[in-house]
Design a protein around this ligand. Sequence first.
Ligand code: ADP
Ligand code: MG
Ligand code: MG
Length: 254
Amino acid sequence: MSVLEIKDLHVSVETDQGTKQILRGVNLTINEGEIHAIMGPNGSGKSTLAYTIAGHPKYHVESGSILLDGVEVLTMTVDERARAGMFLAMQYPVEIPGVSVTNFLRTAKTAIDGEAPPIRTWIKDVRGAMANLKMDKSFAERNVNEGFSGGEKKRNEILQLELLKPKFAVLDETDSGLDVDALKIVSEGVNRAKETTGLGLLLITHYTRILRYIKPDFVHVFVNGRVAEQGGPELADRLEEEGYDRYLTESNVG
Ligand code: ADP
Ligand code: MG
Ligand code: MG
């Protein structure tokens, strides 16, 4: 049973105006097979949490830790994080000229597993995963992210999820810019990964729409760099009705 633990995480960035504190003591525990939704107003630090888990160099960890099965993730390189079973969409460059989706995925799979997947089973796996996501076959031969639409980028993220089989994934605003059909397909992919490989997921979203298709086990309201409230799926329903205003008291802003 794998577990990802975020403990008292404090993170800052350097800005022109000096050091800016963004995360102010985040605590979260995600077990294998659990879906945790992180919801919250714009600017509350949700993406900063995602970038920090991914090891983005701009985000400076002042204190706290992120443990994957008891092992500190924060001292790992980005590659080591991926090999340890973390799925970090941000680690991949926006466009990779001259590298096809198939070759990119095979290289990533090889790096994570420590050996190349046999070519015939690999092609079969890629085709199967693409069919699941209703992706056109020609997609496999296109260069990574080159001229991808918003929806294609998101599907490509879920394709990676299906093929790389991480233990834990962070998806940041995966719902933004998706029409309902694409949202359903992407959500089915996530749900499949949960069922088949026991994926643990941190699903960051501003809106509740995606939670109609991906049912969270836990919902955390993120305000001013920390978890202000947590609950079950019913908390998302309440947020849908009431919005975030009640959390934005004076002491919570800025
Ligand atoms: P969210 O994803 O919840 O909208 P973010 O994590 O993107 O929030 O941002 C939280 C706060 O930190 C915002 O005030 C944002 O302007 C600031 N911030 C985030 N990243 C940077 C950065 N690289 N440089 C300066 N400020 C940043
Ligand atoms: Mg934002
Ligand atoms: Mg964000």
